[in-house]
Ligand binder design. Structure first.
Ligand code: SAH
Ligand code: SF4
Length: 347
């Protein structure tokens, strides 16, 4: 087992069988986490990149079984930020020092490409990198948004198990999801993807496939989070994801993709009150604090127990900086594009 970790650390490659062995064996977790932390340090150094997350609409035309924003959830008060509110939150985030902003939301048809183009232009004029996470769109729409200035796109594959995906995301096609990722890549976006850990009937083998899929996609960013059951969804009684297993999928992703950006996800912190700091010490190098203000923070209810919903963006910024500094890391003041094959950074 330890040889496998050593192999992954030096060659950044493992077979599916080897990944399964490592995922199933819990005696080697400490060694695995340490190896991922060392690889992160070798390739990316001490820096942690912060991304300011604007949750701009909780209206969604999709019906993903696991998600609180699904259209059939009638227990959620819906909101859509105005263009002015989005701009206001963006400007404040820039004033707190964020160099990347992420616009994330449900698949809300109100936000046509024309409306989005205007918003993208205004945010780009603030001098920050911009990530979109707005779900599935056509090649043409992705193209216009890229040409307008969007730099990156986050679209999780959620699971590489096609049958499971199509069961959990009714009306959605796994091939179409892959088409989107491939289009985004062709268009020159930095592509972020990722998956949920602990979906009902998800196997360890399919988690190994997820990691190999990320490697094959040569993703620039991968976000791994535990699935957290939401009582307003059909999966309310599901068991949900396990913190350690999510951490292991993340650590193995770091070993196979040594120079990519990996966030310590908010969902990790929902399961463990120190979750993001632990993730930062097991291979992660990015945190995405919420810069949405007021009631909207609670209403963007993908899953229950979301952290920091009562806090202000300026509080979150100070809090996370404190946590990062405390573990001897440094908040980066650059936009944090992928190191991309660069020589490991000397410190
Ligand atoms: N609508 C866009 C972006 C918003 S959803 C999209 O689907 O791509 C962002 C992410 O939240 C999803 O990719 C999913 O992985 C995650 N998510 C949704 N429900 C969740 C739950 N119950 N527990 C944990 N993560 C969840
Ligand atoms: Fe909508 Fe995204 Fe939630 Fe699916 S995961 S219901 S697309 S917000």
């Amino acid at each position: 087992m330890l040889n496998l970790i050593e192999k992954a650390k030096t060659t950044h490659s493992l077979t599916k069988e080897e990944l399964v062995l490592l995922l199933k064996n819990n005696d080697i977790n400490e060694e695995l986490f340490k190896a991922a932390d060392e690889v992160r340090d070798k390739y990316l150094g001490n820096f942690v990149h912060l991304r300011g997350l604007i949750e701009f609409t909780n209206i969604c035309q999709r019906n993903c079984m696991y998600c609180g924003l699904r259209r059939d959830n009638k227990n959620l008060k819906r909101y859509r930020l105005s263009e002015d509110e989005i701009l206001d939150f963006a400007k404040k985030a820039v004033s707190y020092g964020y160099k990347t902003l992420v616009l994330q939301g449900g698949e809300d048809a109100y936000f046509t490409v024309e409306r989005l183009t205007k918003i993208v232009k205004e945010i780009k004029a603030l001098g920050v990198a911009l990530t979109l996470s707005i779900g599935e769109r056509s090649f043409e729409e992705y193209k216009i948004l890229k040409e307008t200035g969007a730099d990156r796109f986050l679209l999780r594959i959620e699971t590489t198990d096609k049958d499971l995906y199509e069961e959990l995301d009714p009306g959605m096609s796994h091939d179409e999801r892959k088409r989107c990722l491939s289009d985004l890549r062709k268009l020159g976006y930095e592509v972020g993807s990722g998956s949920l850990v602990g979906l009902p009937n998800q196997t360890i083998e399919s988690l190994a496939d997820d990691i190999l899929f990320f490697k094959n996609l040569d993703a620039d960013m991968i976000g791994i989070g535990p699935f957290i059951p939401n009582e307003d969804t059909p999966l309310s009684d599901a068991e949900g994801g396990n913190f350690t297993l999510s951490l292991k999928v993340m650590a193995l992703t770091r070993l196979l993709l040594p120079d990519i950006n990996i966030p310590a996800t908010t969902a990790m912190e929902t399961l463990d009150k120190n979750g993001r700091v632990i993730a930062l010490q097991c291979g992660a190098n990015v945190v995405m604090p919420n810069v949405t203000e007021g009631e909207y923070r609670k209403l963007y209810a993908l899953y229950p127990g979301k952290i920091c919903t009562g806090d202000t963006p300026s509080h979150c910024r100070g809090c996370i900086t404190g946590k990062i500094t405390k573990i001897g890391r440094v908040v980066s003041d650059g936009p944090g594009f992928r190191a991309n094959g660069a020589e490991p950074k000397k410190r």
